[in-house]
Design a protein around this ligand. Sequence first.
Ligand SMILES: Cc1ncc(COP(=O)(O)O)c(C=O)c1O
Length: 373
Amino acid sequence: MSKIPVCSPLLSGNELAYVTEAVSTGWISSSGKYVAEFEKAFAAYCGVRHGIAVCNGTVALHLALTALGIGPGDEVIIPDFTMIASAFAVCYTGAKPVFVDADEATWNMNANLIEDGITSRTKAIMPVHIFGNPCDMAALRRIAEKHALAVVEDAAEAHGAEFGGVKTGKLGDLAAFSFFANKNITTGEGGMVVTDDGELARTCRYRKNLCFPPDAPRTYLHGDIGFNYRMSNLHAALGLAQTERADRYGALRIRHGLLYRELLSSVPGIVLQEDQPEGKNVFWMNGLCVQPEEYGRRRDELAARLAGNGVETRLFFNGMHRQPALKKYGCDCAGRYPVSDFLADNGLYLPSGSGLEETDIRHICKLILEYRR
Ligand SMILES: Cc1ncc(COP(=O)(O)O)c(C=O)c1O
């Protein structure tokens, strides 16, 4: 039986040619030409002035928060329903993440609940465009402006998504992307901070390279504590080739997402993520939640059934308030997060890679439909 993976990368452009060129010329470290070319191309794709390539999306978030000067004693608002890296990046700065429950329809941070989490220590809001579905950035920016807070987009999952006709990456003060192998644009492992602000970009560039002064001769004297978050030329070679095809890969993801929706939206007991009005969803992952009373089966039974038929799935993230590591760190995990709990307990991702075949999607949806009782 052939297996349908949850996600495998689509590398159908200049990926091999560029990586081969990097290897054959010996430029494999972060000093090669593809790093700057990828930064330029990806920033242009987002419609922003600056891109700072780093080695993964988690450190991209950390770098962005550091550039804003966020540190011990500060708080950052994040969604409860997100991948753990969003919270960890805040913890790396010494600040505390504060959690906001998800919206029932879009599964993004519920903008109506954000102000409940704001205190005198809050410095930033970090929305996550969950599964490629952009957040209500108009509402979010209104709140940020009212309370003089910075906005850092966790756009790890949302390359090319839009809100109000503006692409992710340009919707806050800074944004962080991941290029992990399952992302719509991938470098295997990789990340980027993007921003329109020249000063923030300069700080990111300085900090990501051990605080070597970018424009001065190397004295090996360092005025600040920096990080080695550099991306290699090999990874950037992949990234440039992927960015050249970003629109094509993105369109495939959207086509697949819309087909899943068409085939599953009327199955009783199957709940799908809804688009944000004014948003352009890029369907990084196609998730569903099972309502056991309506569907007649539990989520784990459906996952087992699909696995038995060669269809790989993954469970949704557990909410941040459930994370032992964050409790230990001193986060306030005592609140109620009913939507996040529902998603974590009933959600799974279906195969979503850009290279998926339409026949695979039809086969998967048929299995889901027929298994209902
Ligand atoms: C919402 C979110 N933030 C951050 C990250 C971290 O990215 P990376 O795995 O590249 O470190 C991910 C990874 O998938 C993510 O989904």
